[in-house]
Ligand binder design. Structure first.
Ligand code: AMP
Ligand code: ZN
Length: 494
């Protein structure tokens, strides 16, 4: 089997084949750094992270580039409002984006910033103008003449028949049903940031930024271009128009779009009070690993309905996986191996892989791992798991976690960092009792607890009950309930 992905361009699920045999070159539209990212943004970024990880697991070298949009209408407006430079304004939110990505274990892509590629953007527009595809308006702005690109609409499948040649739109984001000549380059306005380039002073339009940076890093044609579904039109349609009319070549072979996240069934919006950043949720006491798990639990092409019940459920799922791994690493097993368990591991891995190859069906992949955990736990209780079965089960967990990244327990230090941030931002009132409690009872990480449990086991074996009791008392003090059973020592947090 090979990976099959839905391609928005062909509107079909196709076998994914990169241009170069063992290498994938992909680009995702990154954040516009004018505010903290919300959970919807991170749904999309996590989906692309998961794709990247699965491609790597499938044997590809992945070159993954993401842009940081650090000039656009909103940024210019807000930085002028606050009386700071664009760079000063965006630095804070770029840092927050990187911290938030790390919070939910998104591996950092190769980042490119719009402000670092402005001269190339000017040159790009110049070439389009020389070809008669871009035109200059009186104030020194440049527009893309869409009538010169007859395939306009091929990605969004919109039929723009009867569109008005020469009707223009200046803003970066606009009405979904109109096709207009869009701004490539915006003339300077008093009080706004601008740059000197080969076509004069001004600043780039948002669409142009992505075309220039993606081709600069990945070449004129690359394998895959990703973003949230709202970017299909106008953003990606415009990127294609600019890039392909300049090079005469296909811009990206695959177009990967994540569907939107809703909150409790509704579109997220500040006015509805259902708008959350990752930090908001951590301040309410939720673990970063629960957030990541929830964001990956719905296949990227399905709408994800974020609910607090779902988030609690995700926490339970992560705990089950972590406890299972702990059982494997801290129990005593009889020598030998059980062919049934060996088969269980092989089948689980196979099902997981098949699910992900099927257009990244993450829900099925998670179901496969839980079925393995359920059956292996049942076998544990009857002594059916033998010493030589443990590496096979651990290997499947590792394959799962290379993609889903929730097994290592670093929630407590991460939550602590969010709490510290809230204090420095003067958001003390947003720190919930749940978060404070989670930090108190979680002063020992799972790994630390695990180490103490192992020490307890060794002490008991050596009949050193004094040490064992002391360790147990220490754990109880830290809010950990320890049970000594015939199969070994188990623990859970209070
Ligand atoms: P922005 O910072 O607004 O440029 O958006 C960054 C990314 O988040 C883009 O790929 C958007 O398509 C995506 N995005 C925005 N809102 C949502 C949402 N509610 N659900 C999923 N993705 C979203
Ligand atoms: Zn883009």
């Amino acid at each position: 089997m090979a990976l099959r992905l839905f391609n928005t361009m062909s509107a079909r699920t196709e076998e994914f084949r990169p241009i170069r045999e063992n290498q994938v070159r992909m680009y995702a539209c990154g954040p516009t750094v004018y505010d903290y990212g919300h959970i919807g943004n991170f749904r999309t970024f996590v989906a692309v992270d998961l794709l990247r990880r699965f491609l790597r697991q499938s044997g590809y070298a992945v070159q993954y580039v993401m842009n940081i949009t650090d000039v656009d209408d909103k940024i210019i407006r807000n930085s002028a409002r606050d009386g700071v430079t664009v760079r000063q304004y965006t630095a804070k939110y770029e840092k927050a984006f990187l911290e938030d990505s790390a919070l939910i274990n998104i591996e950092q892509p190769y980042l490119v910033r719009a402000t670092e590629h402005i001269p190339e953007m000017g040159d790009f527009v110049k070439k389009l103008a020389e070809k008669g595809i871009a035109y200059r308006t009186e104030d020194g702005s440049y527009y893309f003449r869409i009538a010169k690109f007859p395939q306009y609409g091929k990605l969004s499948k919109k039929d723009f028949e009867g569109m008005q040649d020469g009707a223009r739109v200046e803003v970066d984001e606009y009405d979904k049903d109109s096709a207009r000549d869009f701004a490539l380059w915006k003339a300077p306005k008093p009080g706004e940031a601008s740059w000197e380039t080969s076509i004069g002073a001004g600043r780039p339009g948002w669409h142009l930024e992505c075309s220039v940076m993606s081709m600069a890093e990945l070449g004129e044609t690359f394998d895959l271009h990703a973003g949230g579904e709202d970017l299909i039109f106008p953003h990606h349609e415009n990127e294609i128009a600019q890039s392909e009319s300049l090079t005469g070549k296909t811009f990206a072979n695959f177009w990967f779009h994540a569907r939107f996240l809703l909150v409790e069934g509704e579109k997220m919006s500040k006015s509805l009070g259902n708008f959350f950043t990752l930090r908001d949720l951590v301040l309410k006491g939720h673990k970063p690993s629960s957030l990541r798990y929830l964001l990956t639990s719905v296949p990227y092409r399905n709408q994800l309905n974020f609910t607090f019940d779902g988030l609690k459920q995700a926490a339970v799922s992560v705990d089950r996986l972590r406890n299972f791994r702990l059982r494997l690493t801290s129990s005593n097993f009889q020598a030998g191996s059980n062919p049934e368990i060996q088969k269980l591991a092989v089948e689980a891995e196979h099902r997981m892989r098949a699910a992900l190859e099927d257009d990244l069906n993450t829900a099925q992949a998670q179901a496969a791992i839980f079925e393995m955990v359920r059956q292996a736990n049942a076998a544990f209780d009857t002594g059916g798991v033998k010493k030589d079965d443990v590496p096979a089960l651990l290997e499947v967990l590792k394959k799962f976690d290379d993609i889903f990244a929730v097994l290592d327990d670093d929630d407590v230090p991460k939550m602590k960092r969010v709490l510290d941030w809230a204090l420095t931002e003067g958001r003390d009132k947003d720190i919930s009792e749940e978060l404070r409690q989670a930090l108190q009872s979680g002063q020992l990480s799972d790994t630390e607890i695990e180490a103490k449990i192992t020490q307890m086991g060794s002490a008991r074996k050596a009949r050193d009950f004094k040490t064992s009791d002391a360790l147990r008392a220490e754990l109880t003090e830290a809010g950990v309930i320890v049970e000594i059973t015939k199969d070994g020592i188990r623990w859970r947090r209070k």
